[in-house]
Design a protein around this ligand. Structure first.
Ligand code: PLP
Length: 415
């Protein structure tokens, strides 16, 4: 038994599906300690949008460390934080005409979500939030309360309160969009309190790559506007270009009241999270929401460099959309090649999913892929969706290679 089994908690998970000990990583590939290469179509659950050890970001980081730049700074002003804020304002917010204040809530996606929930309740004076079926927002108690997955919820150990789940796009077949939600909101006898906010993902990364239609998102935003309910878009996994544009909600022309970002915003895989909100909502008093790790300066350095490198034009967005379409075509061919097994292709941009009839089959596909040197994960309530999340910097050849390994893995699993 190795030290991972003897010393590390049983809570560990990814290492069970990928039983290798990894040592190095470059671009779209990881290498285990024996030197075997694995094509990474998981990208740290959407953290490594710019690939592993991206050379441009690495150079900026090495230079920063070598000149003894500040590493940790709570929320003190630093040159690195200023540089990041300027890059975010000039390359992301202003070009999109988004007027947001920036809060550093702590390093993880769940930190960004907790801050968003807290702020929504504080601003509105209400204490419930509406979430959507199969949504995933993190493992802290507030974030878990708006998360659908029953296994994850069961781990809370305390009641998860002050939330109400509503059907996500496509959840109820043959039902007009928002019929149930509007009826409950209108009916004084429904038992649904007027919520502070709705929290939504435009594509549900953990929930099975369920993809909200543009019209559905627009109708949701309109519903929020008419009823004075805040709209929180959790872009922790789908933001930073994963679906094409920097923010996943841009294609629907949304202007959410609050946006959560984390994962890929740190650029190099370093922890960083942001909660963005309309300036009028900034009613925090100093220190009212706090955290030791809100100023990890190497993350600011890599994040700023990533914005300057990849978001000064729309090249990355265009290539992500094109590569996503290529992935979609191959997945559709895979589905067509197995007429006896119902399969569904899902997703947007380079967040794609192949929904299979069972979690068992999806797990076999991922196991076969691992044996072929391809890292793939499952998602969805039963783990029934094979999820593709390659780095956005994946080359065309790597994408083709990964997709054909996936094709072989599905073929073998379906025998
Ligand atoms: N929100 C979304 C949409 C996520 O996908 C995740 C993680 O996968 C989180 C929040 C939580 O992020 P973290 O695991 O960094 O707390």
């Amino acid at each position: 038994m190795d030290i991972f089994q003897t010393l590390e908690s049983d809570v560990r998970s990814y290492c069970r599906g990928w039983p290798a000990t990894f040592d190095r990583a470059v671009g779209s590939r990881l290498y285990d300690e024996s030197g075997r290469a694995y094509l990474d179509f998981f990208a740290g659950a959407g953290v490594l949008n710019y690939g592993h050890n991206n050379p441009v970001l690495k150079r900026a980081l090495i230079e920063y460390l070598e000149r003894d730049g500040i590493t940790h700074s709570l929320d003190m002003n630093t040159v690195a934080k200023r540089d990041f804020l300027q890059a975010l304002r000039d390359l992301v917010l202003r070009p999109r005409n988004l007027d947001y204040k920036v809060m550093f809530p702590g390093p993880a996606g769940a930190n960004a979500v907790e801050a968003a929930l807290k702020l929504a309740c504080k601003v509105t004076g209400r204490h419930s939030v509406v979430s959507f079926t199969n949504g995933f927002h993190g493992m802290t108690l507030g974030a878990l309360a708006v998360t659908g997955n029953s296994v994850k919820r069961a781990g809370a150990g305390v009641p998860l309160a002050h939330t109400a789940p509503m059907p996500y796009d496509g959840y109820l077949a043959n039902s007009p969009d928002f019929e149930l939600l509007t009826k409950l909101l209108d009916d004084r006898g429904s038992g649904l309190d007027l919520p502070a906010a709705f929290i939504v993902e435009t594509v549900q990364g953990e929930g099975g790559l369920n993809t909200a239609r543009i019209e559905w998102l627009q109708e949701l935003a309109e519903l929020c506007r008419r009823r004075d309910i805040l709209l929180i878009v959790d872009d922790v996994q789908m933001g930073c270009g994963r679906t094409g544009p920097f923010f996943s909600f841009e294609i629907a022309g949304l202007r959410p009241d609050i946006v959560c970002l984390s994962k890929a915003i740190g650029g190099y895989g370093l922890p960083l999270a942001l909660t963005l909100f309309r300036p009028e909502l900034d009613i925090w008093t100093p220190g009212e929401h706090n955290g030791t790790f809100r100023g990890i300066n190497p993350a600011f350095v890599a994040a700023a460099e990533a914005l300057r490198t990849y978001w000064r034009d729309d090249n990355l967005e265009k290539s992500t959309v094109a590569k996503g379409e290529q992935a979609e075509r191959v997945l559709a061919d895979v589905a067509a090649a197995h007429p006896g097994i119902p399969m569904q292709v899902r997703g947007r941009g380079l967040a794609r999913g192949l929904a299979l009839p069972s979690g068992d089959l999806a797990e076999r596909v991922c196991r076969n892929a691992f044996e072929r040197g391809l890292l793939l994960e499952t998602s969805g309530p039963e783990g029934e969706v094979v999820k593709l999340l390659p780095p956005l910097t994946v080359t065309d050849d790597e994408l083709d290679e990964g997709l054909s390994l996936l094709e072989e893995s599905v073929k073998e699993a379906s025998r």
